[in-house]
Write a protein that binds this ligand. Sequence first.
Ligand SMILES: C[S@@+](CC[C@H](N)C(=O)[O-])C[C@H]1O[C@@H](n2cnc3c(N)ncnc32)[C@H](O)[C@@H]1O
Length: 241
Amino acid sequence: MPFNTYRFLFFVTIEDFLYRNPMSKKILDGIETHIELDGFVAANYDLLMNLLSLGMYPRFIHRAMASLGIKTGDKVLDLGCGTGRNLALIAKHAGPAGQLYGLDLGEKMLTQAKQRFRNQENIHIAQGSILESFPFQTNFDHVTISFVLHGLSHSQRLTLAEIVFHHLKAGAMFTILDWWPEKIKNAPFWFKPIFKAIECPMAFEFIEHDYTKEFSDYGFRYEGSTAHLLGFARVIRLTKE
Ligand SMILES: C[S@@+](CC[C@H](N)C(=O)[O-])C[C@H]1O[C@@H](n2cnc3c(N)ncnc32)[C@H](O)[C@@H]1O
């Protein structure tokens, strides 16, 4: 088996471990999701990602965050920010003049984010749902979301697009890191059973949609995608028209 296949299998093993956490199971629009992390997994999220990927996760997420297109001094909101790991990388691109915000529901994940940024006055963390009006001002240069969208229902994704649009400046950017639907649907024969074994049913509904097009009804223009994880995941770049 080629090295890249081994790398991919490590990542899907991580997803399996995370999404089988029974504490996080919910039914949305009649479909099962596990996107809200809690318990042992939430309390040890970063460590588990590093250990289970045999140290490969940091390099992947470093590259993914570099491909978002964050600029120096940007005011950035990370939706479902978890432990704040992505925000810490975003901070390197936004620099000390950047104003960074993280929003998440999960108490255990947020405790780690607050601890991580306790001495950084330009990074603000809040607890709340990304599906309600955000507890922040509305003039963001950039809103980003990483591996959260596939765990929401379709109607929740559309609600999210509306809220994000409201919170962005004109011409500002919305970036989404998540599975690449076409690549997963047209994956080699060995991949589909693995995806089925590792992902919650909501992710199968997610890959039936193309949000590069569907979010255009909500005022976003598709600017392009960058492939990650052997092309099975991507960063989508959208701008507010
Ligand atoms: C798989 S984790 C991803 C965390 C982080 N974005 C990353 O890439 O490492 C999903 C995160 O989304 C958060 N989440 C799920 N649904 C949410 C909601 N409705 N509002 C706020 N946060 C939510 C969970 O608490 C969890 O921290």
